[in-house]
Design a protein around this ligand. Structure first.
Ligand SMILES: Nc1ncnc2c1ncn2[C@@H]1O[C@H](COP(=O)(O)OP(=O)(O)O)[C@@H](O)[C@H]1O
Ligand SMILES: Cc1ncc(COP(=O)(O)O)c(N)n1
Length: 278
């Protein structure tokens, strides 16, 4: 196996560049791993929402996976939008055979509320993919869908995380608290033994398009580089927080995360706008 650290995203697209595969590849590049991508669905979307979805035929998803895995074995893999049970099955068949660390972002809806996964595919996700995952990264609404629980506080977040590991067989769960109230954005990691919290000041912005994709991609990149799960989540949290802090006023809806954010934190203030980015 080459010692060039590579990561693969299997997900849907965002032509406006903020979420999905585009966010994942930007994150991989910024975290200094070689990025690869397999497209599951082509989504016509932008900062205002989703306009249309075109699903790639399942045999062609299989073909893309074959093209990657027969040539370059990634060190880590993440999945994002996977719309149907048939897609989940072919992806599971490939992931079963790889030694790559697998991070699953169980994408169900876009921020605008548009469904990105068929409702009857939730069980298939639990059956075929959750047991293969080194980490699953639901937000609160996704954890509610997976567990059938109502999650309104940290106690319920921790209970839901435990249930996803103990009942559905994920090795670890990072339950993200972006959708909760309060002055902190607090996420809980449960690795089957203990809980670790990852907290940051809540940033008052509506520009959060692509936060979940950015976060799970950063964690995937760090796992590809050989970091432990705890370290990878710590770096991922710092990366996504900076990406939200410097999020971009682009488009007329919820603007995208800023992949220069993490670097900008350590650069002395320039006092002027560079390319409108900072
Ligand atoms: N306004 C915010 N300020 C700081 N961190 C945030 C904010 N909104 C979300 N986050 C963080 O961004 C990451 C993505 O979380 P979340 O929004 O819950 O997921 P998703 O994008 O999948 O809905 C989490 O670490 C969450 O705590
Ligand atoms: C193809 C695709 N995948 C995922 C999301 C969710 O994005 P977010 O990171 O904002 O939850 C999206 N809008 N489009």
């Amino acid at each position: 196996m080459s010692n060039v650290k590579s990561a693969l995203t299997i997900a849907g697209t965002d032509p406006s560049g903020g979420a999905g595969i585009q966010a994942d590849l930007k994150t991989f590049q910024e975290r200094e791993v070689y990025g690869m991508s397999v497209v599951t669905s082509v989504v016509a979307q932008n900062t205002t929402g989703v306009q249309a979805v075109h699903h790639i035929p399942v045999p062609f998803i299989e073909q893309q996976l074959e093209s990657v895995f027969s040539d370059i074995e990634p060190y880590a893999v993440k999945t994002g939008m996977i719309a149907s049970e048939e897609m989940m099955r072919v992806i599971a068949r490939v992931l079963e055979k790889t030694a790559a660390a697998y991070v699953m972002d169980p994408v169900m809806y876009a921020k605008s509320g548009h469904a990105l996964m068929g409702e009857h595919s939730r069980d298939a996700l639990k059956t075929y993919l959750v047991p293969l995952a080194a980490l699953i990264t639901p937000n609160v609404p996704e954890a509610e869908e997976l567990t059938g629980m109502t999650i309104e506080d940290e106690t319920a977040m921790k209970q839901a995380a435990k249930r996803i590991v103990q009942e559905y067989g994920a090795k670890a769960v990072l339950l993200k608290g972006g959708h909760m109230e309060g002055h902190e954005a607090a996420d809980w990691l449960y690795d089957g033994n203990s809980f670790t919290s990852y907290k940051a000041e809540r940033i008052p912005t509506k520009h959060t398009h692509g936060t979940g994709c950015t976060y799970s991609a950063a964690i995937t990149a760090e796992l590809a580089k050989g970091r432990s799960l705890q370290e990878a989540v710590q770096v991922g949290k710092e990366y996504v927080t900076a990406a939200i802090k410097y999020s971009l006023q682009l488009g007329s809806g919820n603007g995208p995360t800023n992949h220069w954010g993490y670097r900008l934190q350590s650069v002395p203030a320039q006092g002027e706008l560079h390319n409108g980015i900072y």
